[in-house]
Design a protein around this ligand. Structure first.
Ligand code: 9YT
Length: 129
């Protein structure tokens, strides 16, 4: 059994800081769960363009308010505490946090590895591999 506390992973090499967001990777590929699990904070006012071509991602908003724009359709969906979105079509999207940080629980399949972390270096689209 794996038991971890957010406070223990915060500030470790599994806590990644980038422009407009930071992410605490609670589970990574080497935990051998078949998915990775992240607590990601989108900073207030941030606008992030993302396209995970090789991953499926599901995100649950714990706190904060914002929106997600589906780039294929132009549709904009409000995000608030309790909202879940799943990028089941590897959807290209723009995520915006309004005037407070959005705290999100995120799951990736296949799992994110530790190595991608460093390649990312601030550029969100790099996550798309
Ligand atoms: C909400 C969201 O897009 N999360 C992505 C995870 C985060 N960028 C990470 O851990 O790299």
């Amino acid at each position: 059994m794996i038991v971890r506390k957010l406070s223990e992973v915060q500030g470790s090499d599994r806590h990644i800081h980038s422009k407009g967001w930071d992410s605490v990777r609670m589970l990574l590929r080497d935990d051998k769960m078949g998915f990775s699990f992240h607590i990601t904070t989108i900073h207030a006012g941030a606008e992030l363009h993302m396209h995970y071509k090789n991953h499926l991602e599901s995100v649950y908003c714990i706190s904060g308010k914002g929106e997600i724009e589906d780039k294929a359709t132009g549709q904009v969906h409000a995000i608030e505490a309790g909202t879940m979105y799943a990028l089941n079509l590897h959807d290209q999207h723009t995520l915006r946090a309004f005037d407070e940080p959005m705290v999100m629980a995120c799951v990736f399949n296949p799992p994110v590895t530790g190595a991608e972390v460093h390649d990312e270096s601030g550029a969100y689209p790099a996550l798309a591999e």
